[in-house]
Design a binder for this molecule. Structure first.
Ligand code: ATP
Ligand code: MG
Length: 332
């Protein structure tokens, strides 16, 4: 990424936050140009929510600096709060209120006045496809609807900078796609967005730039293509159910792949396709066939966060420092 400048809506330098021995943020630098989307990608416990909490003034950092919309989060938290929106990891809606009441309530909190609160609520219900459910209590909403209502609530005051903490975690593919559509529209309207996610695919869909967090540190940054290059393009994946055949299968794919295929405890073998794409898939099929091995679930897929992690760190994404890695890295 380029150096930060005054066109940045978010600037973070040397940010630290620890809980006892856990360094939730261990010296994080990042910046988000105005009108752009930064995807903060990382597994459970990487420090994503902690970063969002510091930037939205819910907690104070131990060290470092964070500027949002030109305002220091420690020196003027109220000023920061006035210019941002947040949809946190757990929805902040009031279950006993209807969708419409929730949005009007937030409008009143932001001193929009009764008439403007009502009008804004109506606009947002329409924008988020919630008009049919507007008079129902929020506790009857599906997961996807609750997320949309929560996002709508974060937009009542028309913030310049929006923070979304894992907006689609737990949603089914259709609800996730709907949410992506909504987020894309917001971004097209010029909102600066910092979005956390555990899915490379999601960052790929929505973010201009991506930073990868691991144990409180930024371990990689760049565009989605940059990250996929670390993995080496798509991956061929298949499973060998019979544990006795796994080494033979590895040997077979190694004969065609000079990089390093990986094997998990459950017999999943992953081969980097590089720029060979589906040709590599065909090569794998032939190699396994010559060795008289029967793969299950053979296919070509886009790299996941796990693949990026493995390529960057040599271990799979894991929550705690002491747990054993689930994937054995073969060769390289
Ligand atoms: N209030 C707290 N007290 C103690 N430890 C905490 C607290 N909040 C976070 N942590 C620890 O800090 C680390 C980072 O947590 P954080 O919630 O920022 O991760 P995350 O990337 O948001 O994970 P997830 O994807 O699961 O939401 C974790 O090890 C977590 O256990
Ligand atoms: Mg989190």
């Amino acid at each position: 990424m380029t150096a930060s400048n005054s066109d940045d809506a978010i600037v973070v330098e040397g940010l630290r936050k620890h809980y006892g021995d856990v360094h939730a943020l261990d010296g994080v630098d990042l910046h988000v140009p105005r009108g752009s989307v930064l995807g903060v990608l990382g597994p459970n416990g990487a420090g994503k929510t902690t970063a969002v909490k510091v930037l939205t003034t819910l907690i104070q950092p131990d060290a470092g600096r964070a500027i949002v919309n030109g305002i220091d989060v420690v020196k003027d938290p109220a000023g920061v709060r006035r210019s941002i929106g947040l949809a946190g990891q757990s929805a902040a809606i009031v279950e006993e209120l209807t969708g419409r009441e929730n949005l009007e309530f937030v409008g009143r909190l932001f001193h929009l006045g009764k008439a403007r609160s009502k009008a804004r609520a109506q606009d947002l219900l329409e924008q988020f496809g919630l008009t049919d459910a507007a008079e129902r209590r929020a506790k009857t909403y599906s997961g996807g609807m609750a997320r949309r209502l929560d996002l709508a609530a974060s937009l009542v005051a028309r913030p310049d900078v929006l923070f979304l903490d894992e907006p689609t975690t737990g949603l089914d593919p259709r609800a996730r796609n709907d949410m992506w559509g909504v987020i894309r529209e917001l971004v097209a309207g010029g909102t600066t967005l910092l979005l956390t996610t555990q899915y490379l695919e999601e960052a790929d869909e929505l973010a201009d730039n991506i930073v990868v967090f691991d144990r409180g540190k930024v371990i990689a940054e760049g565009t989605s293509d940059d990250l996929k290059d670390t993995v080496g393009g798509d991956v061929v994946e298949f499973t060998i159910d019979d544990a006795n055949d796994r080494e033979a299968a590895l040997a077979a794919v190694r004969s065609i792949d000079t990089t390093d295929p990986t094997l998990t405890d459950t017999g999943v073998i992953t081969v980097r396709a590089g720029d060979r794409g589906s040709d590599r898939l065909v090569e794998v099929v032939r190699a396994l066939d010559s060795a008289q091995l029967r793969p299950q679930g053979l296919g070509l897929r886009r790299p996941s966060l796990d693949d990026v992690f493995l390529a960057l760190t040599g271990h799979v994404a894991e929550e705690s420092a002491d747990s054993e890695t689930a994937t054995e890295r073969v060769g390289g």
